[in-house]
Design a protein around this ligand. Structure first.
Ligand SMILES: [Zn+2]
Length: 273
């Protein structure tokens, strides 16, 4: 058994509160023709239009900072929402341009997507992200090498450990489908979801169990939510209750992915700070 990850100030575990602001992009990546379906597009727009302001207020009430992974196309369609996220002091990470799949892409194609995403975030919110999350958590064959070349500090799309680790010269902040709200809440007939939509209180309890067990092994919980899903009132209320419980236990470090990556770079051998 490996030693528990050395979290700062003797904390036993870390929790990163993260949101993927996919909005319309995740559907348009599946099929650009879906742009012709106003109701589906509106379902996705709930994220930047209604979910983001609610979630920003929820985080501000608790004085917490989160990481928002934003596709470049979302930044172009919803610059005000992305600016509001940045202005509230949250971290913005790269999440592709149009949430496109990277599978089978050449190095040049991957580089072009990364650059388009960087340019869009710079134009919309004046930010240069230090972190990356692949659309659908599916890195391409060249992504990690390109992230390092472009000076990214971390990726958050891999799965093999409970706590941050080194991949190449950058930090990996590993994820788990258990913490993805898509599997709990998403539904659109014939496009996504089983039609069984979880009770928010059940999601709260499931995630609490996961976090409690991760704390026992010194791990890192990466809550992965989408404003169009977790920004709805009952779900946001459950998230607030979960965050209050986490804060009350006192032995868990709630931090942005960037803060976790910086700490990991200090304690992991072979990562350039
Ligand atoms: Zn996404």
């Amino acid at each position: 058994m490996t030693a528990p990850f050395p979290w700062p100030e003797g904390r036993r575990a870390a929790v990163a509160v993260t949101f993927d602001v996919d909005a319309e992009s995740v559907m348009l990546a599946i099929d650009p023709a879906l742009a012709e379906r106003p109701s589906l597009m509106s379902h996705q727009r709930y994220g930047p239009v209604t979910g983001v302001p609610r979630l920003l207020a929820l985080l501000a009430e608790r004085d917490l900072r989160a990481t928002f992974f934003v596709p470049g196309a979302t930044a172009e369609r919803h610059p005000d929402a992305v600016r509001a996220i940045a202005e509230a002091g949250h971290e913005i990470g790269h999440h592709g341009f149009e949430h496109e799949s990277l599978l089978g892409r050449s190095r040049e194609e991957e580089l072009e997507i990364l650059r388009r995403g960087l340019d869009a975030l710079e134009r919309a919110a004046g930010v240069r992200p230090r972190g990356y999350r692949a659309p659908w958590w599916e890195l391409g064959a060249h992504t990690l090498a390109l992230l390092e070349e472009l000076g990214f500090a971390y990726d958050s799309s891999l799965f093999e450990r409970d706590a941050p680790y080194r991949v190449g010269g950058i930090v990996e902040i590993p994820v788990s489908w258990a913490f993805d709200d898509w599997e709990r809440y998403a539904f659109w007939p014939e496009i996504t979801g089983s039609g069984v939509i979880a009770r928010p209180s059940e999601v709260l309890e499931a995630w609490w169990e996961e976090i409690d067990a991760l704390a026992e092994v010194g791990g890192c919980a990466v809550l992965t939510m989408h404003p169009f899903l977790s920004g709805r009132p009952a779900r946001a209320r459950a998230l607030g209750a979960l965050l209050d419980r986490i804060l009350d236990r006192g032995d868990v470090w709630v931090a942005t992915c960037g803060e976790i990556a910086d700490h990991a770079a200090r304690v992991l051998p072979g990562v350039s700070p």
